[in-house]
Design a protein around this ligand. Structure first.
Ligand code: MV4
Length: 505
């Protein structure tokens, strides 16, 4: 087993991995940039080392600096979290070259999945269902037109090196093809340094459903059930749940067995996710594989009772999976909300700044994985994910009602958050009925009066009242209202405070 693990990440996921290390008796090492000196992951780790400037290239994306710190701190493992270097094959290789175990798949498995055309070539041979299309880059508009003639419009042009929608174009007819191909190729070249673009038949209004797998280094691979991730905005997931309301046990088994086949074809080890597009006839097609622990892993943890980070660490230490497939039992339902520092009333613009007041929810069936604390300043430099709020229950209705209750307890003062968006989603009858696809959120936001939180007045008033109470409490305790006045939402004038205290006494 590992003695000491460096977490090459920040925010809630770094805290999540540090917690697993503590539970397992492993020492933890945090790294941080200039703007993260006071971040929660730095406070929670056993040791912390400065990397450099805020820019990710000088800090969380800097392979040389991270390996140097890892050697100095004497770690025997590195956990990459998600994002940053987590799917970087060069980083996995650099860890191995330094004699440090990368807690994730091998560089070779990452490389195979890093190119979608390469993945399609290998998976076609393995009998994995793929969206009809090409498995190599198209060379010319004429070739693209021939392929489109065979599979039929509409088609998707996709960057082989891409993911998350970059370099992707929906093409409705032959007349648009040449221009779309040119712009997709140049966007791919700019974004990934690789202009290769291939073709898939477009699936209209698909659902995005993904399957979690775990593979040890002894040839054992299992699936842990699916997550429904159709609620997205601009290719950013917003809310995820397990299980999917579309998937029955028979479909789950078929999807799970395909996912295991994908993992085995890639020589995959550790935790991974196979993404599928599901069409309106419930046909599912391999989309891509994510070779990392994902943001939404908690919904799988809650419905399987397993700790995915513990298992990642045990697998990387060379242990065998401690259970066979038939021992994995799914129970209950979990829904995750991604809480971002962004303003849903102003185009979801980022909203950095100081958190002046934080009332975090808890209680039955609630898990809150957070990277923030009261008094901390959210930097503008990184992804604005603050925390994940996960509701769990014996069924979907209970998970939903607990989450609604918890959202109404939740208050973040000083910055804007997207909490109100979740109040809107969770009370929507379409969501409650499980009628979801990847167009769901855009349709909800386009509905008049639905984009704003104001439909939920009672919750807003309760949240504001909770904020006022907590402020009064704080200023009474410190005996110094004046020290907070620059950043608080309420002006700290004496007459107002006195009036409130009188009203409350
Ligand atoms: C597709 C598709 C329809 N047909 N491929 C978007 C991000 C990238 N990972 C794959 N994406 C899509 N690929 C074919 N052949 C529709 C999407 C898509 C999408 C997929 C998953 C979740 C949300 C989405 C939103 C818009 C488009």
């Amino acid at each position: 087993m590992f003695q000491k693990i460096l977490i090459a990440n920040r925010g809630e996921i770094a805290v999540r991995v540090i917690r697993a290390c503590r539970e397992m008796g492993i020492e933890s090492v945090a790294v941080y940039s200039d703007v993260d000196r006071a971040a929660l992951h730095v406070r929670k780790a056993g040791e912390a080392y400065h990397l450099g400037k805020a820019a990710a290239s000088e800090s969380y994306l800097n392979i040389e600096k991270i390996i140097a710190v890892a050697k100095r701190a004497g770690v025997d493992g590195i956990h990459p979290g998600y994002g940053f270097l987590s799917e970087n094959a060069r980083f996995a290789q650099a860890c191995e070259d330094a004699g440090i175990k990368f807690i994730g798949p091998t560089a070779a498995a990452m490389e195979m999945m890093g190119s979608k055309t390469r993945a399609r070539q290998n998976l076609l041979k393995a009998g994995v269902p793929l969206v009809p299309g090409t498995s190599r880059g198209v060379q010319s508009a004429e070739e693209a037109a021939r392929v489109a003639g065979r599979i039929g419009f509409p088609i998707m042009l996709k960057a082989a090196a891409g993911g998350g929608g970059k370099g992707m174009r929906l093409v409705q007819s032959a007349s648009e093809l040449r221009a779309a191909l040119g712009s997709a190729q140049s966007e791919a070249q700019r974004a990934f340094g690789d202009g290769e673009v291939y073709i898939e038949k477009a699936i209209l209004n698909p659902r995005h459903i993904e399957m979690q797998v775990l593979a040890d280094e002894h040839g054992n691979t299992v699936y842990l059930g699916e997550r429904e991730c159709s609620i997205q905005r601009r290719h950013q997931k917003v809310l995820e749940e397990a299980p999917s309301s579309l998937v029955d046990p028979e479909m789950r088994q078929r999807m799970g067995e395909v996912a295991v086949r994908v993992a085995k074809a890639a020589g995959y080890t550790n935790a991974g996710t196979i993404e599928f597009l599901v069409d309106q006839q419930k046909n599912f097609y391999f989309l891509e594989m994510n070779t990392r622990l994902q943001v939404e892993h908690p919904v799988t943890e809650l419905t399987t009772g397993l700790d995915l980070v513990h298992l990642q660490i045990r697998i990387a230490a060379g242990e065998k999976l401690p259970f066979p497939q038939h021992d994995i039992k799914l129970r209950g339902h979990a829904i995750e909300c991604r809480i971002y520092a962004e303003d849903p009333d102003n185009h979801f613009f980022p909203s950095p700044g100081k958190i002046t007041l934080l009332l975090a929810p808890s209680g039955p069936g609630i898990r809150h994985d957070s990277g923030m604390y009261e008094g901390w300043t959210v930097p503008i430099d990184y992804d604005p994910l603050l925390a994940k709020l996960i509701g769990y229950g014996t069924d979907r209705a209970q998970a939903r009602s607990r989450l609604v209750r918890a959202l109404n307890e939740y208050f973040v003062g000083g910055i804007k958050t997207n909490l109100s968006l979740f109040r809107g989603i969770l009370r929507d009858p379409e969501f409650a009925a499980g009628r979801l696809d990847t167009g769901y959120l855009d349709r909800l936001l386009a509905r008049p009066g639905e984009s704003a939180p104001s439909g939920d007045r009672a919750a807003e008033v309760a949240a504001i009242a909770a904020g006022v109470f907590a402020l009064l409490d704080l200023s009474a305790a410190s005996g110094d209202a004046g020290s907070r006045k620059e950043t608080d939402t309420e002006p700290a004038s004496n007459w107002r405070r006195t009036a409130r205290q009188e009203a409350l006494s």
